[in-house]
Design a protein around this ligand. Sequence first.
Ligand SMILES: O=C(O)CCC(=O)C(=O)O
Length: 288
Amino acid sequence: MENKRQSGSLTREQLDHYNVEGYLVLEDLLDEQDMAAPRAAMAEKVSMIADELYDDGLIADKLEGEPFKYRLAKLFAGKTDKDFLKYGRSWRDRIAGYYRLLSNPKILNAVESLIGDEIFANPVYNVRPKVPGVAAGAVPWHQDKSYWPDANANPVITVWIPLVDATLENGCLHIKPRTQIRKLLDWHAESHTGTGYTALHEHQLGKCPTVALPVKAGTAILFNDRVLHMSTPNGSDHVRWSVDLRYQPTDQDPMVQHGVGFLARSGKFPSRVATLADWLAERPEHEG
Ligand SMILES: O=C(O)CCC(=O)C(=O)O
């Protein structure tokens, strides 16, 4: 049992929970070692942003000594939503630490339990620094499928993992269980965050209760692309760092219009699994 939990593979009970409730919480899926590479990648990106802010005269101090949890929040303290969208919005960089995370065997073992061992890492993965006071931090109720309505890809599994503890105060994920069986609802693009997030109106949410999911850093929340979810604003003094990674079976639409995904695991063709070099070069499959 302990080995199974550590490997990420799901038990029968966990599979049943996912299938019935539409989501699953895997406590402590990642340990400090697993999180070191993605945290370093995020810190690298924060340094790039600090350089840009400094070069453009928006800050006088790059705050190099500030801890991971606080630095980006302090860099943007007193800045506008527009500044954040200009300097702090693009988070799909090809930094090695993100590949290490996307390829983490514990995550892939959990996904394999759900969809089998031919696993494609969808190009839509997000590194999310939810910065206090930035409107784009709060994500309205939506279904992920609204971002790829025309794709035949179903199911796409989201693996959401915070890199600092996600709390009610800093804006953890909220979910409506059992909504995975819903068809894709008509959505609209919201207009107050400046990001055009897809959103649903209150009256479309139905009577399903909402479950708030405060979880510790390294815990994973899995759900599919029909489940209604949202996150609240960050009312804390630090960044709520998280990632949402997406995986699907290889026989589904690779969604090239969203970027280049990669073959993350293959029982049939293990030699074709993308290497770090493939990923950095944006090649979906290993050629040799
Ligand atoms: O991380 C968040 O705050 C929201 C995540 C989300 O909406 C998603 O993963 O689809």
